[in-house]
Structures are given as structure tokens and as C-alpha cells.
Design a binder for this molecule. Structure first.
Ligand SMILES: Cc1cc2nc3c(=O)[nH]c(=O)nc-3n(C[C@H](O)[C@H](O)[C@H](O)COP(=O)(O)OP(=O)(O)OC[C@H]3O[C@@H](n4cnc5c(N)ncnc54)[C@H](O)[C@@H]3O)c2cc1C
Ligand SMILES: C=Cc1c2[nH]c(c1C)Cc1[nH]c(c(CCC(=O)O)c1C)Cc1[nH]c(c(C)c1CCC(=O)O)Cc1[nH]c(c(C)c1C=C)C2
Length: 476
């Protein structure tokens, strides 16, 4: 193996290059990114007065093998001193709200929250959990998240809590999303233990082994719920880029859109606007549809499956208000689709990362997220909606949901087109069939990134690591 081309310089592509770089087996790695910056959706605005605003992910979870793996990477990059942890005991970890029937409801937490009837729910959650153990195992190989939760925990929880949760993670519709691909732990719990409750208590099968490094050990000791970085999450791709540049083995190309790839004697030819690169192997960290448009027609079945993976567009509106204006404190609130189809939720950024507030004077930073699977229906085509309209809708939601009548002192509107893949029913089959096509045809191609095996930052980083391990052998 002489050259590996990594297509796409989002966190997935950078992570793959990072792991390739740690092996002596590949002398040359080329990363090709179409835009003018690396990092993809990890995108932070650092204002000159010190305030930081996130336009994409804002918190990364430390839990599980993939969470530990990311913290190990942070250690290796020398970024541990920059980490801003939010412990489970923090008010932002304990308080999450739903906006239902015109008012905010705190989601139940702790044992007492399970025992009592907590509005907007009409019975104690413990009753749903207790009866769940008796529900028979499903017989389908996949099911929508809504159907799965209705069947096991009741329709009310599916309609309100799970509908909102899917909007707050996938910006998607729980009636269309696959439980097997979006929440594999729930699917496996039912398969292995016959019940979610038992699966959560007893575990539901093996998960990848990742030894915790110093930071991951600290995260357990201090019981972190999520973390960010002092200068925003964008510091992570920036730090990887620096590491890759220092390695001397990685060529990083910005404004290098991949137009087409064609097979060659020893692997691939990668066609750019202004030249061709040859590579023995390609790791694609492109969104599925972007990859489909670059593949040769000989890859027809793969192209078809890639095109079947749809995506959601999200409008992200960052707002800054003078003073401390929130009537409640917590992570934020979600809005079920029955309440407002276009308004997904509001994040109370300044509650969990006050370090990102401007240092002088009290301010409140909020992020309103809109659209998702409902974008077209509510706002029309993404290219036609105006920033003024989105800002007006966002500030109206803050007024109506949180009683904030003042105008924001600063705002920023962005429409993130096709930013979150939607793992619809039978997504697992689509991914299996793509990888089987690649295997059967001996294509020197790996598929990584948020389109396939999980959308969180840590899932995507782990997909880069797995691809490199498969390419170079375990323990590379
Ligand atoms: C609003 C929002 C909030 C989120 N919140 C969280 C959160 O709180 N926690 C969390 O863990 N995750 C969160 N996520 C999810 C996470 O950020 C993404 O799933 C992840 O960043 C995707 O990384 P990626 O590398 O797979 O894709 P991308 O970031 O999309 O990277 C793909 C790259 O490929 C490039 N590209 C496209 N076409 C070409 C081409 N032809 N040639 C070359 N390059 C090309 C693109 O420019 C891009 O840089 C959030 C995502 C969004 C959008
Ligand atoms: C309102 C829209 C969105 C909010 N965040 C996202 C959207 C679309 C995107 C997003 N949020 C999370 C992830 C990663 C998932 C993971 O596995 O780590 C992504 C892609 C984290 C997250 N956010 C919420 C939950 C329950 C989670 C899962 C992990 C965790 O429990 O922390 C809830 C939530 N998201 C948003 C709000 C306002 C909100 C709840 C109050 C914004």
C-alpha cells in the first residue's frame, strides 16, 4: 500500500487520516476537501471579544467505547487541558424540557420522577417501564422507532418523548427512522434480553473494547455527561490538521472537490477540477450522495444504495441576549412535532458552557434549531428561505416558549443543507448490501462518516478508526 486518498475533510476524513498516520504501513496519505476549511459540521465562531458560538455540534458524550476512543484521541493530540467537562450533577445534565401545549415541562429524572405522574405524561413512567418487561419480543428485523416504543412502552411516550428525542438527535421523524440503526442499543436489548429494562440492567451483548486513557479515566471518575473545548469544538479538527501537517506524510488539500473517480490498474484515479491523483485505496468520508455522484457507472448497485440514504436540512440560529434572561435553567427544550412541526428545539448554550460567554457582562447564548425532516414542508426549498424569516421565527419561539421579550444583541443564521443523514427503515440492509458489493468486487474502497454507522462525532471518528484497522490489520 503506497497511497491512500481520503475523500472529505470533515471529522470523519480527518480521523481516518489521523489513524493512518500512526501506522508506518502507508507512506502517503492525501486528504481532499472541497470547501475552504477542514472540519465539516464542526464549526465554531470565535468572536473578537472572546465569545464562542457553535453552528454544529456543541457537546460530545464521553460514554461508551466510541466516547472513550474520542477522549483517547484528545489525549494524543495534547488537547486535554482545553477540555470543558459538564458533569452529570450539573443542572444542564439534570434538566431537559419539553414544550407541550404551550408550556415547558421538565423531563422526569431520578427515582421520584419515575414514581410520580409528571405532566405532560398521564401516568408514572415506572408503570410503562414495569409493564415493558412483559411485552413480547418483536418479530421484524427492523421497525420504526415510533412503532417500537409504542409497542413496548406505550403510544403516549412514543408520541411525545420519543418524537422529540428523534428531533433533538436526528432532526428526524420517529415514524420513518429505524430503531435498529438509530438506537442499536434498544434494538439489541430487545433481541438479547427480550426487554429494554432487562437489557439496560443486564447488558445486551458485546461492544468494542477501547482501553480508557487518562482523560477517559478522568471522565469516569468525575462522571462527565458531555464535554467541549475552550475555543469551541472546531479546535478538534484544527488540532488534527496540525498533527497531520507535522507528520510530514499527509498532504492536506482544501478547495479540492472530487469530481469523479475511475478504476486504474493499481487502484483508483481521483479526478479533481485541475488534476488527477492516483491512489491504491480510497477511504470515502463524503456524505453518501456526494460519493454516489463521483463513482463510475460500473458501481451501479452501490450508486443506487448511496442515493437511497436521505438527509435532513437544519436551520441553526445562534442568539445572544444581554443579561440573564432564562426563566428556567437546563440543557434546553425540545418541541414535539404535534406542537410545531418546523421548530425542533432550543439549546441553552450559556447554561452548560458559560466559559463560551463573552467575559465582560452577563449574557445568555441560545441556539434555535428548525426544519429537519419538516424543512421543505414548513419553509420551502432551502435556497429560497431568507435569513430574516428564520431569525424572526427563532426569536418568536424564544419569546413564546421562554417569555423573552427583548431583542437579541447578536445573531447568526445558517441553513445547514443535508447535514444529518436519516437512517430510515432497513438502513442496516442498505449498508450491508453496499459493503458486500465492495467486498465481492474487491474494490479498494472504505465507507466512513455519518451516512452509515452513527451520526455522533464519536461514532464518526470511530468509523474512521475501524476502516483503518480493517485496511491495515488490527493493532496497526
Ligand atoms: C446542527 C448539528 C448539530 C449536531 N450536534 C451534535 C452534537 O451535539 N453531538 C454530536 O456528537 N454530534 C452532533 N452532530 C453530528 C455531527 O456533527 C456530524 O454527524 C459529524 O460532524 C459528521 O461528520 P462527517 O465527517 O461524517 O461529515 P461532514 O462533516 O459532512 O464532512 C464531509 C466533508 O466532505 C466534504 N465534501 C463534500 N463533497 C465533497 C467532494 N465532492 N469532494 C471533496 N470533499 C467533499 C464536505 O465539504 C465536508 O467537509 C450535529 C450535527 C449538526 C449538523
Ligand atoms: C433540536 C435539534 C437538535 C439538537 N441537537 C441536535 C439536533 C438535530 C443534534 C444532536 N444532538 C446530539 C447529537 C449526538 C447524539 C449522540 O449519540 O451523542 C446530535 C447529532 C446530542 C443530544 N441532544 C439531545 C439528546 C437527548 C442527545 C443525545 C445524547 C445525550 O443524551 O446528551 C437533546 C437535545 N438536542 C437539542 C436540544 C434542544 C435537546 C434537548 C433539550 C438540540
Amino acid at each position: 500500500m503506497r497511497t491512500v486518498a481520503v475523500l472529505g475533510g470533515g471529522i470523519g476524513g480527518l480521523a481516518a487520516a489521523f489513524y493512518l498516520c500512526r501506522s508506518a504501513q502507508v507512506p502517503k496519505v492525501v486528504v481532499l476537501e472541497s470547501s475552504s476549511r477542514f472540519g465539516g459540521w464542526l464549526w465554531s465562531t470565535r468572536r473578537s471579544d472572546g465569545a464562542v458560538f457553535e453552528h454544529g455540534p456543541r457537546g460530545i458524550r464521553p460514554a461508551g467505547a466510541v466516547g472513550r476512543n474520542t477522549l483517547n484521541m484528545v489525549d494524543d493530540l495534547g488537547l486535554a487541558g482545553e477540555v470543558l467537562p459538564v458533569p452529570n450533577s450539573h443542572v444542564a445534565s439534570k434538566n431537559r424540557y419539553l414544550y407541550v401545549k404551550g408550556r415547558l415541562h421538565r423531563l422526569p429524572s431520578g427515582i421520584s420522577g419515575l414514581l410520580r405522574t409528571v405532566p405532560p405524561f398521564s401516568r408514572p413512567l415506572l408503570m410503562s417501564v414495569a409493564t415493558e418487561i412483559l411485552v413480547k419480543k418483536g418479530t421484524e428485523d427492523d421497525e420504526s422507532i415510533h412503532s417500537f416504543v409504542s409497542r413496548r412502552l406505550g403510544k403516549e411516550l412514543a408520541d411525545i418523548a420519543v418524537d422529540s428525542l428523534c428531533r433533538g438527535v436526528f432532526a428526524g421523524d420517529c415514524k420513518a427512522l429505524s430503531v435498529r440503526s438509530c438506537f442499536p442499543a434498544l434494538y439489541k436489548a430487545e433481541q438479547h434480553r427480550g426487554s429494554l429494562t432487562l437489557g439496560l440492567l443486564l447488558g445486551s451483548g458485546p461492544s468494542p473494547v477501547v482501553q480508557p486513557g487518562p482523560l477517559a479515566q478522568r471522565s469516569v471518575k468525575e462522571s462527565w455527561a458531555q464535554w467541549s473545548l475552550r475555543q469551541g469544538v472546531q479546535s478538534l479538527p484544527e488540532s488534527i490538521t496540525e498533527y497531520l501537517q507535522q507528520s510530514g506524510r499527509v498532504q492536506l488539500h482544501k478547495e479540492a472537490a472530487v469530481k469523479h473517480i475511475s478504476p486504474s490498474d493499481s487502484g483508483w484515479k481521483v479526478h479533481l477540477e485541475d488534476g488527477v491523483i492516483t491512489a491504491d485505496h480510497i477511504i470515502s468520508a463524503l456524505p453518501a450522495k456526494a460519493l454516489s455522484s463521483t463513482l463510475p457507472s460500473s458501481c451501479h448497485p452501490l450508486i443506487q444504495e448511496l442515493q437511497n440514504i436521505s438527509t435532513a436540512t437544519v436551520a441553526v440560529v445562534n442568539l445572544e441576549y444581554d443579561g440573564s434572561i432564562l426563566p428556567v435553567t437546563g440543557f434546553g427544550h425540545l418541541v414535539p412535532s404535534s406542537e410545531d412541526r418546523g421548530l425542533l428545539g432550543v439549546v441553552y448554550d450559556s447554561v452548560f458552557f458559560p466559559q463560551h460567554n463573552r467575559p465582560n457582562g452577563q449574557t445568555t447564548r441560545l441556539t434555535v434549531m428548525m426544519g429537519g425532516a419538516w424543512f421543505q414542508e414548513v419553509f420551502g426549498a432551502p435556497e429560497t428561505v431568507t435569513e430574516e424569516h428564520l431569525l424572526a421565527k427563532a426569536t418568536e419561539a424564544v419569546r413564546c416558549h421562554l417569555g423573552v421579550t427583548s431583542s437579541p444583541s447578536w445573531s447568526r443564521v445558517a441553513v445547514h443543507r443535508d447535514c444529518i443523514p436519516q437512517y430510515h427503515l432497513k438502513h442496516f440492509q442498505r449498508v450491508e448490501s453496499m459493503r458486500s458489493f465492495i467486498r465481492k468486487n474487491n474494490l479498494p474502497l472504505s465507507l466512513i462518516g455519518s451516512s452509515y454507522d452513527g451520526v455522533s462525532v464519536s461514532d464518526v471518528i470511530f468509523s474512521g478508526r475501524t476502516a483503518v484497522e480493517e485496511l491495515l490489520g488490527r493493532g496497526f
